[in-house]
Design a protein around this ligand. Structure first.
Ligand SMILES: Cc1ncc(COP(=O)(O)O)c(C=O)c1O
Length: 401
């Protein structure tokens, strides 16, 4: 066995030995947007990205079933061959209209949308300026395109400016990449200041709204809408796998000649397209996101309730109240134990360990859905507080940053 796999296997075995394997959970059944069966027991889902709770929305489910009956289970082909159906084209048109962009292209996942966007927009000789806490798909897209990567300190526009100044005399285009909401800590990018830095440097800006689509902004278009800077964002990336409750990703822009991207983005060209069921349910989910702002309001309320409940109990929390609430853990052992104890209490959360977390710090990542009831959130807070006390974490300040 290759030596690095051996090390990984040993580390994984040590984590799994503490209780249940946090990276091998397989639900027996998923009952709703908020509950599942695990090991014969009912658990509350407090670690999903199902922000608007649309996974069981009757219209989305019906659209998926109808599309499968009419068009089959899969397309068996790439978007540039036999894999584009009317549903894909309609979805792109709908997305572009929703985002107020001239064009949008749909990928099979959000991961591939970032791979395709970054690798195609910034090539060898160009510069990518990435927030240090960027999602893996952003880093991987940067590698695929061979642009020079410069990381700036997380959410630090001054550091971004400084780095842009250093690069000013170098040839090549500059593309800055930020995220609407960062997935691990739930913090938002200082987008207005990033836009200022972009303007000063004559750079381009791409915002990945994966976690902020449907969540932020009056209409749910994301952080750029909330901050009033949509016109300054050149490229929007997003996913259907979170607020829209399905799978798939997109890139939207006003760029002239946008369609040429379809013939150069390898993660678009060399993979099969979305199944008809998903194209259809994502379309319905966009309609629900537009037509039902009360879902966004419920999400906000739920995020506030979870955040306030935990803060009142004495947990040191980082970001402002939002749909993602993360508890920093003192070390990996405690994190794994906390996660297991909570599951025994009937609450499923996400265990996040380095290197996937900012600074490699272990986190218990929780996220709310609009579909959670106040009683469910109260019960979850009570369970988290019980475990926090049992593990001696309450009353002791947890390192927040
Ligand atoms: C910021 C960010 N971008 C992209 C993705 C990829 O999305 P998908 O699940 O659609 O591949 C994720 C998913 O976790 C994400 O957090």
């Amino acid at each position: 066995m290759l030596s690095h796999f051996r090390a990984l296997r040993d580390e994984h075995a040590a984590v799994a030995a503490i209780g249940r394997d946090p990276f091998g959970v397989a639900f027996d059944a998923v009952l709703s947007a908020t509950e599942a069966m695990l090991g014969g027991r009912r658990v509350l889902l407090l670690g999903t990205n199902n922000y608007l709770g649309l996974t069981f929305d009757p219209d989305c489910v019906e659209a998926a079933v109808t599309a499968t009956r009419a068009l089959g289970t899969g397309t068996t082909g790439s978007r540039i061959a036999n894999g584009t159906y009317g549903g894909h084209a309609a979805l792109e048109a709908r997305l572009a209209a929703f985002l107020r962009r001239r064009a949008a292209m749909v990928f099979t996942t959000g991961y591939q949308a970032n791979l395709g966007a970054l690798a195609t927009l910034a090539r060898r000789g160009d510069h990518l300026l990435l927030d240090a806490d960027s999602h893996a798909s952003i880093y991987d897209g940067a590698r695929l395109g061979h642009a020079q990567v410069t990381r700036f300190r997380h959410n630090d526009p001054d550091d971004l400016r400084r780095r842009l100044r250093i690069l000013a005399s170098q040839p090549g285009e500059k593309l800055i990449v930020a995220e609407g909401i960062y997935s691990m800590l739930g913090d938002t990018a200082p987008l207005r200041e990033i836009v200022e830095a972009k303007r000063e440097a004559g750079a381009w800006l791409l915002v990945d709204e994966a976690h902020s689509l449907g969540v932020l902004g009056e209409s749910g278009r994301g952080l750029a809408e909330a901050e009033g800077v949509e016109r300054e964002v050149d490229f929007v990336v997003g996913t259907f796998s979170k607020s829209l409750g399905a799978i798939g990703g997109f890139l939207a822009s006003d760029l002239d000649g946008f369609d040429a991207l379809r013939l150069s983005a390898r993660p678009y060209m060399f993979t099969a397209s979305l199944p008809p069921a998903i194209a259809a349910s994502a379309m319905r989910a966009i309609e629900a996101m537009e037509a039902r702002p009360e879902l966004r309001e419920a999400l906000r309320r739920n995020g506030r309730q979870l955040h306030q409940g935990l803060a009142a109990a004495g947990f040191g929390l980082g970001a402002m109240p939002g749909p993602i609430v993360s508890l920093p853990m003192p070390d990996q052992g405690v994190a794994v134990l906390f996660w297991n104890r909570l599951l025994e209490e009937g609450v499923y959360t996400n265990l996040a360990l380095g290197p996937a977390t900012p600074g490699g710090r272990p986190l218990l990542r929780m996220s709310v859905s609009a579909a959670l009831t106040p009683a469910q959130i109260d019960a979850a807070v009570a369970a988290i507080v019980r475990v926090g006390h049992a593990l001696g974490l309450l009353g002791v300040p947890l390192a927040a940053e």
